[in-house]
Design a protein around this ligand. Structure first.
Ligand SMILES: Cc1cc2nc3c(=O)[nH]c(=O)nc-3n(C[C@H](O)[C@H](O)[C@H](O)COP(=O)(O)O)c2cc1C
Length: 180
């Protein structure tokens, strides 16, 4: 089975997540090809048995590169086993209202593209305080404090549950049958 992974990443965590999913796919002895937002137009869904799209939430929205590509390819995606991995801080929140908001913004973003993923996984992302510029660090510290999250800006904080991510990939692909 050939799995295509398409992702966009602003700060690098979704890239790490996409590579991790690719590792899980390969451990099941499937072939995998990864495309990021720079080469997203090269992704040929005609060659895919399954697709996994991963994208992070930034200021309440998913990156335009991914939403445009998904919109252009919605018909093909709907015809394939195709899953969405959403990456955000809200997924790590202890507040249920935050998670409901995340689910709603995701539902609305997907509805605008016309794609109905067969499965969605909400992965918690990371706070990269040491990589942010001054203003982004202040903004993210403020948002994190509001959520009861980490405010120590002298280090980065990673919230991704790697076991849950791999389990999601295994379960999703376990439901597929190879075309080959
Ligand atoms: C400027 C900025 C805005 C963000 N806005 C949101 C947001 O609106 N909701 C949310 O849940 N997480 C938000 N996040 C958290 C990101 O989703 C999280 O850091 C994720 O790991 C980023 O993925 P990336 O490294 O692939 O870009 C934001 C992060 C940054 C830096």
């Amino acid at each position: 089975m050939h799995v295509i992974i398409v992702y966009a990443s602003v700060e690098g965590q979704t890239r790490k997540i996409a590579r991790n999913v690719a590792g899980a796919v390969q451990s099941l002895e499937h072939d995998v090809t990864i495309f990021d937002s720079a080469d997203i137009e090269d992704a040929d869904l005609g060659l895919a048995d399954a697709v996994i799209v991963a994208a992070p939430v930034h200021i309440g929205a998913y990156p335009a590169a991914v939403t445009h590509w998904v919109t252009e390819n919605a018909t093909a995606l709907n015809a394939l086993p195709a899953a969405f991995v959403s990456v955000s801080l809200s997924a790590a929140s202890t507040f249920e209202a935050e998670k409901r908001e995340l689910a709603q913004l995701t539902e609305e973003a997907l509805a605008r593209t016309g794609w109905k993923p067969k499965a969605i996984h909400y992965a918690a992302g990371a706070l990269r305080y040491t990589k942010y510029d001054y203003f982004k660090r202040l903004l993210m510290r403020y948002i994190s404090a509001k959520e009861g999250g980490d405010t120590d800006t002298s280090q980065d904080h990673e919230y991704t549950d790697w076991d849950a991510l791999a389990a999601f990939a295994r379960e999703f692909l376990g439901q597929m049958k190879s075309k080959k």
